[in-house]
Design a protein around this ligand. Structure first.
Ligand code: HEC
Ligand code: HEC
Ligand code: HEC
Ligand code: HEC
Ligand code: HEC
Ligand code: HEC
Length: 429
C-alpha cells in the first residue's frame, strides 16, 4: 500500500501538468466558439425582435441585392464612396428613395434641393441607376434597417473588427477563474499526498518488526542519475531520437522545391480579405482571364482605379497606385503560384469547364490579408485530383458520346483520368 502511494505521488506531477495543458487548450477553443455563439445569437435576436420587417426572406433578398450592387460604394455605418445608408429611412421618405435608386441623376436634374446638395457634397460622383422593382428596393431598405439596428455588436460577424470585445471577454474570464480554481485544488491534493507519505515513512521507520526488503523499500529514493545510466534507457532515447531525425530529413527532402505556404510581402498592402471577403467583389472582376484563358491574370492598375479614383484617395497605399499610373509603370506584384515551365495548367479548363471552385486549389483566398500558396502544386497533387474528381458532364454535349462509351464498360462515374487526365503529354509540353 505504501509503495503504491509513493508511486502515485511521483506520477502525480506529470498528470497535473497534462491536466493543466488540456484545460488551457479547452479554454482556447471555447474562447473562439463563445465569440461565435455570442454574435450568432444577437443576429437572431435583432432579426426577430424587429416586429414589422422580421420577414427573413425579404431581408435575405435585400442583403444579397445590397452586397451585389451597393456594398462597393455604401456601408451602413460608414461613409465610403457614397453616404452611410443607416438611417436613410428617417432622412428621406420611401418614394424619394425609390426614385433616387432607380435614377439618381433624374432626381438631381429635377432640382430636388436635397439631392443637389448631396451630389455637390460627394464631388458630383454619379451613382449608377438600378432597374429594381419597388419591392426589391423595399427589401434593400429593410436589410439596411436590420443591419443598422444590430450595429455594433454584430459587426464582428461580417468579418469586420470586433467592435464589442467586452461581450466576448466575459465567458473567458469565467473560464480562467475555473481553471485557476482547479489548479489550486490539484496543488492542495499534491501537498496532502506528500504529507501522508512523509507521515507513513516516519511511522514505518519506528516499527521494529520489518524485514530487510521492507526496510529497503521505505528508504528507497527516486534516483534520476541511476536511471539515466541504464543501457535500456539510453537505447530507447537514442532510438526515439534517431527515428525523429530520420523522419525530419525525409520530410525535408520531399519539401525541396515545394513552396506551400509561401506568402511574399507585396508592393501594395492589397487585401483579399477586404476586397473579396468583406466587399464580396467577384474574383472575375479582377482576375479577368480566369474563366476564358489559361492564365487568371493579375489586374492592371486601371481596374483598381475604377474604385480608387474615389475610395481612400489619401491613403499612402493607394497613392502607390497613382504613382504607378503616372510613371506608366506596372505595379510589381510578387508572383506566388508558379509551376515550372515544363508543366501546362489551364484555368478556363478547370474553372469554366470542370466547374472547380477557386478555393479547392487556392484555399480561402477571401479570408487572406496576404495571399499564401495553399496547395503543394506537385505532380502528385494534380494526379490525385484527376483520379478522384468526376468530370462535369452535365449540360455539356461535348461529353455525351464519351459518357455513353464509358457507361458500356464501367458503372463508376466518368473521372478525369478516364478522359486522359493522367497522360503525360496533357500536362507536359
Ligand atoms: C458607384 C458607387 C455607388 C453605388 C454602386 C451605389 N451608390 Fe448610392 N450613392 C453613391 C453616391 C456617390 C451618393 C451621393 C449622391 C451622389 O453623388 O449622387 C449616393 C447616394 C445614395 C443614397 C442617398 C443617401 C442619402 O444619404 O440621402 C441612397 C439612398 C443610395 N445611394 C442608395 C444606393 C443603393 C440602394 C445602392 C445599391 C442598389 C447604391 N446606392 C449603389 C454612390 C453609389
Ligand atoms: C479587387 C481585385 C481583386 C479581387 C476581387 C480578387 N483578387 Fe486575387 N489578386 C488581386 C491582386 C492585385 C493580386 C496580386 C497581389 C497579391 O498577390 O495579393 C491577386 C493575387 C491572387 C492570387 C495569387 C496570384 C499569384 O501570384 O500566384 C490568387 C490565387 C488570387 N488572387 C485569387 C483570387 C480569388 C480566388 C479571388 C476571389 C475569391 C480573388 N483573387 C479576388 C486582385 C484581386
Ligand atoms: C470594386 C471596388 C474596388 C476595386 C476594384 C479595388 N478596391 Fe481597393 N478598396 C475598395 C474598398 C471599398 C476599400 C475599403 C475602403 C475603406 O476601408 O474605407 C478598399 C481598400 C483598399 C486598400 C486599403 C487602403 C487603406 O489605406 O486602408 C488598398 C491598399 C486597396 N484597396 C488596394 C487596391 C488595389 C491595389 C486594387 C487593384 C488591384 C483595388 N484596391 C481595387 C474597393 C475597391
Ligand atoms: C484546379 C486547381 C485550380 C483552380 C480551381 C484555380 N486555380 Fe488559380 N492557379 C492554379 C495553379 C496550378 C496556378 C499556377 C499556374 C502556373 O504557374 O502556371 C494558379 C495560378 C493562379 C493565379 C496567378 C496568375 C496566373 O494566372 O498564373 C491567379 C491570380 C489565380 N490562379 C486565380 C484563380 C482564381 C480567381 C480561381 C477561381 C476562379 C482559380 N485560380 C482557380 C490552380 C487552380
Ligand atoms: C481540384 C481538382 C484538380 C486539380 C488539383 C487539378 N485538376 Fe486538372 N482537371 C480537373 C478536372 C475536373 C478536369 C476536367 C475538366 C473537363 O471537364 O474537361 C481537369 C482536366 C485537366 C486537363 C485536361 C485533361 C483532358 O484530357 O482533357 C489538364 C491538362 C489538367 N487538368 C492539368 C492539370 C494540372 C497540370 C494540374 C496541377 C498543376 C491539375 N490539372 C490539377 C481537376 C483538377
Ligand atoms: C495532371 C498533370 C500531369 C500529368 C498527367 C503528368 N505530370 Fe509530370 N508533372 C506535372 C507537374 C505539375 C509537375 C511539376 C511539379 C513540381 O514542380 O513539383 C510535373 C513534374 C514532372 C517531372 C519532374 C520534372 C522536374 O524537373 O522535377 C517529371 C520527370 C514528370 N513530371 C514526368 C511525367 C511523366 C513521365 C508523366 C506520364 C506518366 C507525367 N509527368 C504526367 C503534372 C503532370
Amino acid at each position: 500500500m505504501f509503495a503504491t502511494l509513493r508511486s502515485a505521488g511521483s506520477i502525480f506531477l506529470p498528470i497535473l501538468a497534462f491536466f493543466f495543458l488540456s484545460l488551457t487548450s479547452i479554454r482556447a477553443q471555447s474562447d473562439s466558439t463563445s465569440t461565435e455563439v455570442a454574435s450568432d445569437t444577437s443576429t437572431v435576436e435583432t432579426a426577430t425582435s424587429e416586429g414589422g420587417i422580421s420577414d427573413e426572406a425579404v431581408i435575405a433578398e435585400g442583403e444579397s441585392l445590397f452586397n451585389a450592387n451597393c456594398r462597393v460604394c455604401h456601408a451602413v455605418d460608414q461613409k465610403l464612396v457614397g453616404p452611410a445608408l443607416g438611417g436613410i429611412y428617417d432622412r428621406r421618405d420611401m418614394d424619394w428613395i425609390k426614385l433616387f435608386i432607380k435614377n439618381s441623376q433624374a432626381v438631381i436634374a429635377s432640382g430636388d434641393a436635397y439631392a443637389v446638395a448631396l451630389y455637390e457634397e460627394y464631388n458630383q460622383t454619379v451613382m449608377p441607376s438600378f432597374n429594381f422593382s419597388d419591392s426589391e428596393i423595399e427589401s434593400i431598405v429593410a436589410y439596411i434597417r436590420v443591419e443598422a439596428d444590430k450595429e455594433p455588436e454584430v459587426a464582428a460577424a461580417d468579418g469586420g473588427q470586433p467592435l464589442n470585445p467586452q461581450a466576448a471577454q466575459e465567458p473567458s474570464t469565467f473560464l480562467t477563474v475555473i481553471v485557476v480554481g482547479l489548479v489550486i485544488v490539484l496543488i492542495l491534493i499534491l501537498v496532502v499526498l506528500f504529507l501522508i507519505i512523509n507521515f507513513l515513512t516516519k511511522f514505518l521507520r519506528k516499527r521494529e518488526d520489518l524485514d530487510d526488503s521492507d526496510k529497503e523499500l521505505i528508504d528507497q529514493r527516486f534516483k534520476l542519475g541511476e536511471l539515466v545510466k541504464k543501457p535500456a534507457f539510453v537505447g530507447i532515447v537514442a532510438f526515439v531520437f534517431g527515428v525523429f531525425a530520420l523522419k525530419t530529413v525525409i520530410d525535408g527532402l520531399y519539401q525541396v522545391g515545394i513552396q506551400q505556404g509561401y506568402a511574399p510581402t507585396q508592393p501594395i498592402a492589397f487585401s483579399h480579405k477586404l476586397h473579396a471577403g468583406q466587399y464580396e467583389i467577384d474574383c472575375n472582376y479582377c482576375h479577368t482571364g480566369v474563366r476564358k484563358s489559361k492564365s487568371a491574370n493579375i489586374p492592371s492598375a486601371n481596374i483598381c482605379m475604377n474604385c480608387h479614383g474615389q475610395i481612400k484617395t489619401e491613403s499612402p497605399e493607394i497613392q502607390k497606385i497613382y504613382a504607378a499610373i503616372e510613371n506608366d509603370r506596372p505595379i510589381e506584384w510578387v508572383r506566388v503560384h508558379n509551376l515550372p515551365d515544363l508543366a501546362y495548367f489551364n484555368h478556363a479548363q478547370h474553372v469554366a469547364v470542370g466547374g472547380q471552385e477557386c478555393q479547392t486549389c487556392h484555399g480561402e483566398i477571401q479570408e487572406m490579408e496576404v495571399v499564401a500558396q495553399y496547395s503543394p502544386l506537385t505532380m502528385g497533387w494534380c494526379i490525385n485530383c484527376h483520379q478522384e474528381t468526376n468530370v462535369n458532364t452535365k449540360g455539356n454535349a461535348y461529353y455525351d458520346n464519351l459518357v455513353e462509351l464509358h457507361a458500356q464498360h464501367s458503372k463508376a462515374p466518368l473521372k478525369v483520368e478516364d478522359i486522359g487526365g493522367l497522360e503525360c503529354a496533357k500536362c507536359h509540353y
